[in-house]
Design a protein around this ligand. Structure first.
Ligand SMILES: NC(=O)CC[C@H](N)C(=O)O
Length: 199
């Protein structure tokens, strides 16, 4: 099955790139770091890692890959963003640093660093009907939340207080938490399914 999956990329400007490459490789995918528009051309899907969204934003402009990413998102490339990656996929951002931009694509508003200081980092189990059993062990690290979703966006997961932490819109998938550091591969598998379906 994985043999039929075209190469996929992990945006390698900043963040937990290695963990995503390992998760995708564990699923049999040909996963490559992507730092340039040329490298982006050779992949059929992209993972945007966790890290610091304001840095990923700046580096994407310095490395001149931002416009190419936006164009590929607009033309339907499957993308999976975790944490900072979810922020980068949101059309609207709350509490970004001055001038911070996103790539956009998801019709959603995301708030950075939404869980406050004492809950900067925490782990919990999430029931995610779209993924079935068992529940997802979710690791949140200075995580964002989704504050608004447009009509085309499906909510995949909420934390106990009801706040939205995983969403999907067509080929775009975003989680506020980090499956790649928890040995949880179902989101990456879902992303690879979208890549196969799109190619
Ligand atoms: N673990 C993460 O990716 C943290 C996200 C980070 N707080 C940001 O604003 O980009």
């Amino acid at each position: 099955m994985a043999g039929n999956t075209p190469p996929v990329g992990v945006l390698a400007l900043q963040g937990d790139v290695r963990e995503h490459l390992a998760a995708l490789s564990a699923l049999g995918a040909d996963a490559r770091p992507v730092k340039s528009a040329g490298e982006l051309e050779r992949v059929a899907g992209l993972v945007i890692p966790g890290g610091e969204s304001s840095v990923i934003d700046k580096l994407s402009r310095i490395f001149d890959v931002r416009d190419a990413i936006r164009a590929r998102i607009a033309s339907g490339m499957p993308v999976y963003g975790t944490c900072a990656g979810l922020i980068m996929l949101a059309d609207d951002l709350v509490d970004g640093i001055a001038g911070q931009q996103t790539f956009g694509g998801l019709d959603a508003t995301v708030r950075r660093n939404a869980f406050g200081t004492q809950l900067d980092s925490f782990e919990t189990e999430l029931d995610i009907p779209a993924l079935g059993e068992p529940p997802v062990h979710a690791v949140f690290i200075r995580a964002p939340v989704v504050e608004r979703v447009g009509p085309g966006v499906e909510v995949l997961a909420r934390v106990d207080d009801g706040r939205i932490v995983a969403i999907e819109q067509g080929p775009l998938l975003g989680t506020a938490f980090h499956p790649e550091v928890a040995g949880e591969h179902r989101f990456h598998e879902r992303f690879l399914e979208r890549v196969r379906a799109a190619s």
